[in-house]
Ligand binder design. Sequence first.
Ligand code: F6P
Length: 327
Amino acid sequence: MAEKIKTIAVLTSGGDAPGMNAAIRAVVRTAIVKKVKVLAINGGFEGMIEGNFVEMDAGSVSNIIHKGGTIIKTSRSPRFRKKQWRKVAYEQLKKAGVGGVVIIGGNGSLAGAHVFTSEFDMPFIGIPKTIDNDIYGTDYSIGFDTATNTALEAIDKIRDTANSHHRLFFVEVMGRDMGFIALHCGISSGAEMILVPENKNNISELMERLERGWARHKSSMIVVVAEGAVKGGVNAIAEKVKAKFKQYEIRISVLGYFQRGGNPSCFDRFIASLFGNHAVKALLSGKRHVLVGLQNNQITYTALRKVSEGKHHINKKLLDIANELSC
Ligand code: F6P
């Protein structure tokens, strides 16, 4: 029988996302309730390599549930890609008496955790976080809801100025190579068109839609563009449109890192709290190398191997619905 875990460690890794603090809080508080010592690893995998660990108590996670970012810092660690540094990280965990790790991370970090667990004997449980929402094994990742609402608020404001000036705006949102943020805030803001990386051949459709919009004397038009949707980015597509429709005023707004910060939404705090609680219980009950996720409104566990091989994809039917609604 596996030895009882007496000490666990928690880290945040990769790009930050609103709701990470709520997950840290849930991990720490659950561990304390279960009478397990809990260490925070400061600075993601880099902190693991450096042995930058600090013991947490219930008070150390007070008043953080509503805050964006991560109180234990994060990093994208090039060193952790090399086995020699993963070995150092393993030795640091063993030296600190760590019997299991909860990692709050995105695709890259969870893939790193999978590689680590195939080399070293250390149980890992993953908690999905990324504003991109592209992690296999969960319908929602921590941060997506907040980022989408932040982008939506910005687009609503852009609509006001666009309307006043009778302008077309291209609004670029984040999402790396996935269109979740663009799709959700595009539908919710009533965008005239949504460009996502998953559907690249739509420039002629865009031109047609804009032409129709101008023919209808629309007072404003918004095109939501996911980063990675168009070769050359939002500027390239705006230039093409400007060249064709010289008589219209066109502006570009790139929302950028604004989308990664801010107070997490109720939903992000809620799922982060559930994920953190279930992650610790999973670790203590003997589950190994799985991601805690939410699928069809149920908490689920998916092997980190599968998570590292797969991706969560948008439902392309939603693009058709978006087009129908913005006809
Ligand atoms: O994965 C989250 C994300 O914000 C993406 O949407 C974006 O493409 C990327 O991170 C930016 O990465 P970095 O923080 O390394 O600039």
